[in-house]
Design a protein around this ligand. Structure first.
Ligand SMILES: [Zn+2]
Length: 177
């Protein structure tokens, strides 16, 4: 750990997801496909003291994955601020950050509304992309969380993810990992 941390402090070495998971394993909770940070948080984002100052965990994880300090924002593909899984993060500029926040606002409004939500194609694509199937009773998938977030019943999402085409997509995505 000490060796790894010394290397990491420079932010000049690219780490794999497994190495980052190992670094933060004491504060990592696997939540569907997400890695939820279990330590201190600020507005939902995990935060730690790093290189002498408080920094966001997801920014650190992304910088270490890229092997360089970030020049822009560290944005979530998964809309889960606590998540620091590099696969769910990307670097974007201020415009991306605003678009991201806007889309999250719409999602929040939707999920608190009454009745069945009508999803846009983009949202359907997002659900398909983010869906993580459960393996067993201990490793549950994120279907319930996605349903809640998008204001859908579980049967709606089941319908989305059980189509042949989506299954094929999911299988292909898994093979690529
Ligand atoms: Zn995530």
């Amino acid at each position: 750990m000490i060796v790894v941390n010394t290397v990491l402090a420079s932010e000049q070495v690219r780490l794999t997801e497994a190495e980052i998971a190992d670094m933060f394993r004491a504060t990592l909770l696997v939540n569907g496909g997400c890695w939820d940070y279990q330590g201190g948080r600020d507005k939902g984002y995990g935060r730690v003291r790093w290189n002498g100052r408080l920094q966001y965990v997801h920014r650190i994880a992304l910088a270490l994955t890229l092997g360089r300090p970030l020049t822009g924002h560290a944005l979530h593909r998964c809309d889960n601020p606590a998540c620091f899984r590099p696969l769910h993060l990307y670097e974007g500029d201020q415009a991306d950050n605003n678009a991201d926040r806007d889309s999250r606002g719409r999602t929040a409004t939707r999920s608190t509304g009454n009745g069945r939500a009508k999803l846009t194609q983009a949202q359907v694509d997002e659900i398909r992309r983010r869906y993580v199937p459960g393996i067993n009773q201990w490793q549950r998938g994120n279907r319930a969380a996605l349903c809640e977030e998008f204001g859908m019943s579980t049967s709606d999402v089941l319908w989305l993810i059980r189509t042949k085409a989506v299954r094929a997509e999911l299988d292909a995505a898994r093979r690529d990992r």
